[in-house]
Design a protein around this ligand. Structure first.
Ligand code: NAD
Length: 257
């Protein structure tokens, strides 16, 4: 029970990595505030947690909207009195090289993936500062470290999140708040299935190509990242500050012949 008594907020936890993390955090004793834009998916995560005997509530909010995020944080504080762990997980994909990306599509990816980290931090951090305690986990990606084809907007956002994590850590270390980043490789979630469908004429062939890119020979699974998030959320990682944590099947530091 590595999160016994902790109150955790996970954005975008109606699906994929966020959902898997919500289930694991609850299993480890945390009360989980499940956030998502999608009400049905968020409620399903809460149901699965409660069915397993855990504690969770769903609060719908769009992480790009200040009023919506502020209201979510206020509701969470009213119910639980504090937030110990903020996991900024919500994100969307963006496909295309610069010349292929429409300005509106660019803005959407930048908005969700960067503003959607900024806003929950902005409204949660003052509560953590008051209590002089907290762990913030920001979702970056291994694409912050390596170039990948036709991922211009997405790579720009994940690089920004990694840089932001390091500067945030300097600002909030005096308040005993840790800020770290997750850098997953390719993880088999609805997000990647959608990317494969939209980007390739033959998604099956593309999937096989993605598998070969990993030294592991297969894609990661949501639970692989959830376990890393649990480590950053818990006191087991108390000496990790401003760090990137790679969960990538060897994509960043290895090279397939
Ligand atoms: P997913 O699509 O399965 O889940 C993302 C969830 O975020 C969805 O439930 C969606 O409704 C929610 N969401 C989207 N916009 C939102 C908004 N404005 N407000 C609130 N919720 C919103 O995706 P996933 O694969 O689990 O990815 C989760 C995070 O991990 C993303 O930030 C993604 O960039 C990152 N990531 C994923 C991979 C991968 O290979 N799957 C790799 C590296 C990083």
């Amino acid at each position: 029970m590595r999160l016994q008594g902790k109150v955790t907020l996970i954005t975008g936890s109606g699906s994929g990595i966020g959902k898997s993390s919500a289930l694991l955090f609850a299993k480890e004793g945390a009360a989980v505030i499940v956030n998502d834009l999608d009400e049905a998916r968020g409620n399903e995560t809460v149901k699965e947690i409660r069915d397993a005997g855990g504690e969770a509530v769903f609060i719908q909010a769009d992480v790009t909207d200040p009023e919506s995020v502020q209201s979510m944080v206020n509701q969470a504080i009213a119910k639980f009195g504090r937030i110990d762990v903020l996991f900024n997980n919500a994100g969307i994909s963006g496909v295309g090289a610069i010349h292929e990306v429409e300005p509106d599509a660019w803005d959407r990816v930048i908005n969700v993936n960067i503003r959607g980290v900024f806003l929950p931090c902005k409204y949660v951090l003052p509560h953590m500062m008051d209590r002089r305690e907290g762990s913030v986990i920001n979702m970056s990606s291994c694409i912050a470290e390596i170039g990948l084809a036709r991922r211009a907007s997405y790579s720009a956002t994940k690089g920004a999140v990694l840089a932001l994590t390091k500067s945030m850590q300097v600002d909030y270390a005096p308040y005993n708040i840790r800020v770290n980043a997750l850098l997953p490789g390719t993880i088999l979630t609805p997000f990647v299935e959608d990317y494969l469908r939209k980007s390739y004429d033959n998604p099956e062939e593309a999937y096989e190509g993605l598998k070969k890119r990993q030294l592991s020979g297969d894609l990661g699974r949501p639970d692989d990242v959830a376990k890393a998030a649990l480590f950053l959320a818990s006191d087991d990682s108390k000496f990790m500050m401003g760090s990137p944590l790679y969960i990538d099947g060897g994509v960043v530091f290895g090279k397939n012949a």
